[in-house]
Design a protein around this ligand. Sequence first.
Ligand code: 13P
Length: 283
Amino acid sequence: MALVTTTRLLEDARRGGYAVGAFNANNLEIVQAIVEAAREEGAAVIIQASQGAIKYAGIEYITAMVRAAAEGLDIPMALHLDHGTDFGQVMRCIRHGFTSVMIDGSALPFEENVALTARVVEVAHAVGVSVEGELGRIGGTEDDVSVSDREATLTDPEEARRFVELTGVDCLAVAIGTAHGFYRGKPQLDFDRLKEIRDAVDVPLVLHGASGVPDEDVRMAISLGIAKINIDTELRHAFVSALRARLEELPREIDPRKLLAPAREAMKEKVREKIRLFGQRGS
Ligand code: 13P
């Protein structure tokens, strides 16, 4: 099946009362782990690549791997740019076949964020690509984008309403107390704020920094309008922990396949667990 837009996946998710998992990938084994998990669960999925992932793997490799995976699959899948901060980079992704892009202007003053996001929306929509915007600042570090606790600010519902209206984004990443990376304590999610944002805007909402968020909070967030959930850190952890164990088990092994296969398997199981948590019933 050809890659689809996230707009289509998120419309289905809203109708079905579940969230679609958006999982970060930067190499072959990770793409395979995500796709195989989605196939086994019969679930739609979003593979996302950050600017750092694109720098590491190369945009041609990312798009070729994901396209090849989608071809052999009868579940819908989107390829999404995670936290694009540069207009040129976003355009390159569209040109290479990404079906969805995030333009993250959240570090900019409101008016500049609106202007940058609206510019991306105009071009992306002309060629049928979905756009995710961000308002408010999500703490932590996601590849090369880093936001300290002091800089992190929660999304204002009234600003969110104006932002969606002025930009025409297809979905909106909101800051409601999550952060990228592992949490030091239990994250405190602001559900009242999420409810107010949901009532103020008519587009699906996106939860970033979902690794380590307790399951009951994830379910509550979905019931309050979150339709796309980003997971990276927990997948990396599953992969590297299994890889480390394998290296200790086979210290003299030099065949990368024998070392990487269990890591890929561990990551696949983690993706399956998240897909089930997000409530998508397999077809
Ligand atoms: P985590 O690394 O906390 O799972 O966050 C991922 C994310 O939000 C990617 O944009």
